[in-house]
Each structure stands twice: as C-alpha cells, then as structure tokens.
Design a protein around this ligand. Structure first.
Ligand SMILES: Nc1ncnc2c1ncn2[C@@H]1O[C@H](COP(=O)(O)OP(=O)(O)OP(=O)(O)O)[C@@H](O)[C@H]1O
Ligand SMILES: [Mg+2]
Length: 236
C-alpha cells in the first residue's frame, strides 16, 4: 500500500482545468521526482497533495486515508510538509523565527529541531538572527527546507528547489537529501533540471499539459523518451 497516492486527480483554478486524471504513488522511504515543462501542472499536483488547493473526495490518499478535501493545516498536521515554489519566507522574521514557524500545527517529536536543522545547514546557524531576505537565494532555500523539516514530516514535498541557484549551491542543497531520507522522510521533488532529478530519485514521473506522460526508474527511462514526454512526441 502506497504511503501517498493520487487517483484520477483533477484540479481546477475556477473554470480552468489544470490536472486531468493524474495517478502517482509514493511508497514509504522513496524519493520520487516530478519533471515537466512550464505549466505542465507540477505545482498544482504538489498543491493538491499538500491541501493548498482542494480536490474532489477520493483523489488523494495518505496512509490509506482520504485527504483530497482536507485544508492545508490538517494535511500538515498529518505529516505532509511543503517547500513551496519561490520559498515563501516571512521577510520581517529572522532565520530562526522562520524555522520556528514550521513547528506550528505539528509539534511532533522527531529527529528535526533547530539544532539538527543547523547541523544540516551550518550557515543558517551563523545567520540565525538575520532577516530571511538578507540571505542569498541558496540560503533562503535552506531556510524553506529547514522550516518544512521542523514539523518532522513523513512526506516532504519540494517544489523546484534548484530554480535560479548556481550549480555549486544546488549541489550543497542536494547533499542534505541523504540525511533527510535517513531520518525517515519520503520525498517528492519537482525539478526542471532533469539530470538532478535522475540523480536523486528512485522513480520519476514526467508531466505534460496536466497529465502524466511517462513514469519509471531513472535506469529504465531513456533520454529520448523523457524528451518526448516533456515536449510532446511529434509524429508525422
Ligand atoms: N493560481 C492560478 N490560477 C489560474 N491558473 C493557474 C494558477 N496556477 C497555475 N495555473 C495554471 O495551471 C497550469 C499548471 O500550472 P502549474 O503551476 O501547476 O505548472 P508547473 O508545472 O508547476 O509550471 P512551472 O514549471 O512554471 O512552475 C498552467 O496552465 C497555469 O497557467
Ligand atoms: Mg511550478
């Protein structure tokens, strides 16, 4: 039985339909990557799984429980934490205050605390009293990840954590993932950097225009297949 799954997931922004029957699964201990071009529906899928947008009943299940219609705070309390696209830090709060925000709504004991987040990203301890906005983009991304970890989630949803960052910074951030996995979190990452996704994921799904167009393990899917699933196969 999957830890988290969507079945026939549809999502709408008003009259606009963004997802058309998406089926994905995340097993306990797995890291799954979602790849796809701009507007494919990746963030909408993440918002659906985190309760940020409501879905029809029965379309999202977590630990065998229906969560598609639950609001975000309830989903977070169950153990699904989101690192949102664009980081969404509170600009007037310090690094430490931003991290502590992650505790509200799910003060569950577990591996992650201020101390262990600072061990994971030591630069954040140095900058603990700085406002979030005084940090570099990479450091802000570390705060966003740390904030999500502070709830000791069972599932960590990461939406485009490499976007706009230099390769050396992306490498530093992804270096934290084995430790996050080792503490028991299952992970869904959205990535536009396909190479990065293939490196870190046990399985991947490619989305195009609100549908899954390819799924498999990094070893089983070829670059050509990914290209076709990403941009559409053009048959003459
Ligand atoms: N708040 C919104 N209101 C209306 N339409 C939206 C909203 N957010 C996304 N959409 C539309 O839904 C579709 C899927 O968008 P989504 O943000 O999920 O794609 P994405 O794969 O995350 O893209 P990107 O790589 O640019 O982040 C797009 O057509 C987008 O324009
Ligand atoms: Mg997106």
């Amino acid at each position: 039985m999957a830890l988290l799954e969507t079945q026939g997931l549809t999502a709408f922004y008003g009259d606009f339909q963004a997802l058309f029957g998406v089926d994905i699964t995340l097993d306990a201990g797995e890291t799954v990557a979602i790849i796809g071009a701009n507007g494919a529906g990746k963030s909408t899928l993440m918002r659906s799984m985190s309760g940020m947008i409501a879905n029809a009943a029965g379309q999202v299940r977590f630990e065998e429980r229906e969560i598609g219609a639950l609001p975000a705070p309830d989903v977070m309390a169950l153990g699904i934490a989101m690192v949102p696209e664009g980081r969404k830090l509170f600009p007037s709060l310090s690094v430490e205050e931003n991290l502590l925000i992650g505790r509200y709504g799910r003060a569950t004991a577990g591996a992650w605390s201020l101390q262990t987040v600072y061990d994971l990203f030591p630069v954040l301890k140095e900058r603990r009293n700085s406002p979030g906005t005084a940090l570099s983009g990479g450091q802000q991304q570390m705060v966003a990840i740390g904030r999500a970890l502070m709830s000791n989630p069972k599932v960590l949803l990461c939406d485009e954590i490499s976007l706009g960052l230099a390769p050396v910074i992306i490498r530093d951030i992804y270096a934290a993932f084995p430790k996050i996995r080792a503490e028991g979190a299952s992970i869904v990452i959205v990535e536009q950097d396909i190479g990065q996704a293939l490196k870190v994921a046990d399985r991947l799904y490619c989305m195009m225009e609100g549908r899954v167009t390819l799924s498999g393990t990094p070893a089983s899917v070829g670059r050509d297949e990914i290209h076709a699933a990403y941009f559409g196969a053009h048959t003459a």
